[in-house]
Design a binder for this molecule. Structure first.
Ligand code: PHE
Length: 342
C-alpha cells in the first residue's frame, strides 16, 4: 500500500499551514487539497483502483482520516484568518468620538426665489393661480396679440432678442396673458412668473431677469380693483404702513396704463437714499386690459373687463435687500448670497 503518498500530502499541508494565511489563501488551500476533481486528497481516491482488494478498505479509511484532518485544520485556519481580518477592520475603522464634528454647510434659497415665493404666497392668498409660460415665444404672443403690431413704436420700449422672423425670447411675461385668455373664459385670476430677456445691460438692468405677471378678467373689473389689490399686496410684502401711488403711463396692452409707486419702506416717505429723496419707489407697470387684447383672445369686451400688472422680481429683491447692482443677483458669489438669507 502506497502510504508514502498520503504522508507526503499530510506533511505538505502541515508545512503550508504554518504561514499566516488570509481567508483568500485558506480558500485556495482548500481548493488545492479538497477540490472534488483536482484536489490532492481527492486524487488519492482515484488511486484506489491500483490497490489490492484486501487492502482497499484500510487504505480508504486512511484517506478519510487524512481528509477529516485537513477539513478540521482548514476550519481552524479559516476561523483564525477571519478573526485577524475583523480585528484589522476594527482598527482601520476606528473612530474617535471625541473629534469635533464636521460642519454641515446649509444652503439657502436665492433672494430672487425668496421674493418670487413670497409674491406667489401673497397672491395665492387672494385666489390667484400660477401659470408658467415658455421662454421662447412667437412674435404674435409677445407683441402682436398684445396690441403691439410689427411697426408699432412701443416695440422699441423693449430691445428684443429675435431668434427668427417668427420666434424670439419673450421680453415680458405679458405673453402669458394671451395664452391664458385663449384657453380659458372669465373669470380669470392668474399669476405668471418667469424669465424674460431684453438686450439691456447696466447696473439696474440685465439681459435676463424675472417678472411676475398678474391678470384678472371678470365682469365689472376696474382700475379701483387693481389699486385695492395692490395696496394689500405691498402691505403684505413691505409692511402695513406701505401706500401705493398710481402715475399715468403707457403700455399698448392696457388702457389706461399706470406706473405704480410704493411709499419708501426705508424712510417711510420722508425721503432717503433708497427713494432718491422722493419718498416713493416705482415697483411695477399695470393697467386696465385694453379692449383690443380681450377681443384678440375672443373675450367680449362689452361684457368683460380686466386688469393686468407686471413686476420685476429682481427689482423688488434689490429694494428689499438693499442691493445696488442687479449683477450681484446673477453672479452666484457665495460671499454675497450668504448675507441674503431672507
Ligand atoms: N409687460 C410690461 C413690461 O414688461 C409690464 C406690464 C404688465 C404693464 C402688465 C402693464 C400690464 O414692462
Amino acid at each position: 500500500m502506497d502510504k508514502s503518498r498520503l504522508e507526503e500530502i499530510r506533511s505538505r499541508f502541515q508545512e503550508e499551514m504554518q504561514t499566516e494565511l488570509d481567508s483568500q489563501a485558506v480558500y485556495e488551500l482548500r481548493k488545492r487539497y479538497l477540490d472534488r476533481k483536482a484536489g490532492l486528497v481527492s486524487g488519492l481516491m482515484k488511486g484506489m483502483r491500483d490497490i489490492p482488494a484486501a487492502e482497499r478498505a484500510e487504505y480508504g479509511e486512511s484517506i478519510n482520516r487524512l481528509k477529516d484532518w485537513v477539513v478540521d485544520h482548514l476550519g481552524e485556519l479559516e476561523k483564525k484568518a477571519k478573526e485577524r481580518e475583523l480585528q484589522k477592520r476594527y482598527e482601520q475603522e476606528k473612530i474617535d468620538v471625541t473629534l469635533p464634528g464636521k460642519k454641515i454647510v446649509r444652503g439657502n434659497l436665492h433672494p430672487t426665489t425668496l421674493v418670487r415665493n413670497e409674491m406667489i404666497r401673497v397672491f395665492s392668498g387672494m385666489g390667484f393661480e400660477v401659470y408658467e409660460g415658455t421662454e421662447i415665444e412667437t412674435d404674435f404672443y409677445n407683441f402682436t396679440a398684445l396690441n403691439t403690431p410689427k411697426d408699432h413704436p412701443a416695440r422699441d420700449m423693449q430691445d428684443t432678442f429675435y431668434l427668427s422672423d417668427e420666434f424670439l425670447l419673450r421680453t415680458q411675461t405679458s405673453s402669458g396673458q394671451i395664452h391664458v385668455m385663449e384657453k380659458r373664459k372669465p373669470p380669470i385670476k392668474i399669476l405668471s412668473p418667469g424669465k424674460v430677456f431684453r438686450s439691456d445691460d447696466d447696473a439696474t438692468h440685465s439681459p435676463m431677469f424675472t417678472q411676475m405677471e398678474g391678470l384678472v378678467v371678470d365682469r365689472g373689473i376696474t382700475l379701483c380693483d387693481l389699486q385695492g389689490m395692490l395696496d394689500q399686496f405691498v402691505q403684505k410684502l413691505f409692511g402695513a404702513e406701505t401706500k401705493t401711488r398710481l402715475r399715468p403711463s403707457y403700455f399698448p396692452f392696457t388702457e389706461p396704463s399706470v406706473e405704480v409707486d410704493v411709499s419708501c419702506f426705508s424712510c417711510g416717505g420722508t425721503g432717503c437714499k433708497l427713494c432718491k429723496g422722493t419718498g416713493w419707489i416705482e415697483i411695477l407697470g399695470a393697467g386696465v386690459v385694453n379692449r383690443k387684447v380681450l377681443e384678440n383672445c375672443g373675450i367680449c369686451s362689452d361684457e368683460y373687463s380686466g386688469f393686468a400688472f407686471g413686476i420685476g422680481i429682481e427689482r423688488v429683491a434689490m429694494l428689499k435687500y438693499g442691493i445696488n447692482n442687479i449683477k450681484l443677483l446673477f453672479e452666484s458669489d457665495l460671499r454675497v448670497l450668504k448675507q441674503l438669507r431672507g
